[in-house]
Design a protein around this ligand. Structure first.
Ligand SMILES: [Zn+2]
Length: 66
């Protein structure tokens, strides 16, 4: 799930994932939620100008296993 949010999927994976969430409301809302959470955190971190290593470790905490 987090790979999908980060856009780290391969083209094939991305395609399969998108097809799946179109038919699966559960995964779709999970994906949207994860995206929202991530962008909020990123925005907060950017505002405080945290070092990249800290940013990465915080983002890791937000990752949810698929
Ligand atoms: Zn699903």
């Amino acid at each position: 799930m987090s790979a999908a949010v980060d856009g780290e999927l391969t083209l094939n994976e991305q395609e399969g994932f998108e097809k799946h969430i179109m038919k699966c409301p559960t995964c779709f809302s999970e994906f949207k939620e994860a995206q929202k959470t991530k962008s909020i955190i990123k925005e907060k971190i950017t505002r405080f100008k945290a070092p990249q290593s800290l940013v990465n470790s915080i983002l890791k905490l937000t990752e949810t296993p698929l």
